[in-house]
Design a protein around this ligand. Sequence first.
Ligand code: SAH
Ligand code: SF4
Ligand code: F3S
Length: 465
Amino acid sequence: MREMRVPESEILRQREYMRLVREMPDRPQSYHIVSMGCQMNERDSQTIAGMFEEMGMRREPVREEADLILYNTCCVRENAENKALGNVIWLKELKKARPELMICVGGCMPQEPGMAEAMRSRYPFIDLIYGTHNLYRLPENLCRALRERRPVVEVLDTEGEIVEGLPESRGGAHSAFVNIMYGCNNFCTYCIVPYVRGRERSRDPQDVIDECLRLRDAGVREITLLGQNVNSYRGGGAEFANLLRRLDRLGIERIRFMTSHPKDLSDELIAAYAELPHLMPHLHLPVQSGSDEVLRAMNRRYGRERYFDLVRCLRAARPDIGLTTDIIVGFPGETEAQFEETMALVDEVRFDSAYTFIFSPRKGTRAAQMPDATPAEVKSQRIQRLIARQNEITAQILRDQIGRRETVLVEGQSARDAGWIGGRTPRALMVNFPGDAGLVGRFVEVEITSAGRNTLRGRIVEEEK
Ligand code: SAH
Ligand code: SF4
Ligand code: F3S
């Protein structure tokens, strides 16, 4: 199937708008982007930054001082939405003091049905509201908002297209996100993502490879392939493991990806863990629940035994693999016994770490209609128990690392301890150690000397030549 692509002529038009904005005498001089939600949004924010820089704006690290503030929003759970709205309300005051301030709100939240209109009427001080499908039209829309000095609202209702050839600003990091597919077809009953991100579509493998080559030549040493469900990638008819094989040959030292759906975890992908030297031994594999009934009600299309099988096969292929997961507690109708099955699964699998969430009803999803009699306190006690259990497991796994030698890609300086730097092991465990900032972006051999609650400490035993 040929994927729908935004024509090159349209991208050239947008580049023309970027030039028009750059030449406006009273345009904003600086921008600040607040990126909420997942890595997909973070990657989008880099594209937005690239477009703003092409419009002549510079990045302003202090939000209050920027001439333009953009919120790239998330709506996956209610608290994500409340956080975005809380921020926006606060901006009203800032705008009173500085009327020329441009405020833009985009991403997943305005893409929810009816949300953009509600925002326009409730928050008339927002200058530009846009969704997920028209990110590439930001230059044109911003140009209009600047010229007309009145709010612009544009949310497109499409199945979703693929955009290539937009600028990007990645800030010179040694680790980079590369989107390989967009959207989601799974419709897990609790999840709003398929509604706000559209249908699954995969980038052409050559476009992905070209992007990775550019990154490699710019000094990037680790790439993380992104998609709501990366292992259902089907670019140019090729399956995900096939793309991984091609990327493994490019000379980029570390390859990671996220997020994977257990139902699409193929034998070929498991084999790739045994065979590809640059594929790092870490997999984020959201399980969501340990109960077959709950998994069925969630429309996850795998059961508890299938998940255990996958874990066994992965560990057989790559004994040092670290697994992480997402778990939802308090799905409508979840009983105490079903929750205990999740606790038992966590005990059996022994994840390196888990992101845990209390079910949050999202308008328009099937689960939001399901009767949900479990009191909030019960859900909250359940999640506390789960977190406590997972913390013990994480602490034990971290303690087991003491004495090992690991290769770490230095990511940056520690915010807390001067003279300390840190990075991740192949298994994606975070290690901090004394060292010079000049080592950022290099590989070092580290001996693990102690373990904290979520991170390791160590000392450098060898630096990259
Ligand atoms: N595409 C990814 C994850 C997307 S959202 C995947 O399928 O794994 C990230 C996580 O948020 C999900 O894994 C799920 O655990 C959680 N989540 C999504 N919708 C939620 C909701 N309505 N309430 C609580 N947690 C939710
Ligand atoms: Fe949401 Fe499920 Fe799609 Fe993940 S796979 S984005 S949880 S619908
Ligand atoms: Fe949130 Fe949108 Fe990502 S809803 S989790 S930012 S795809």
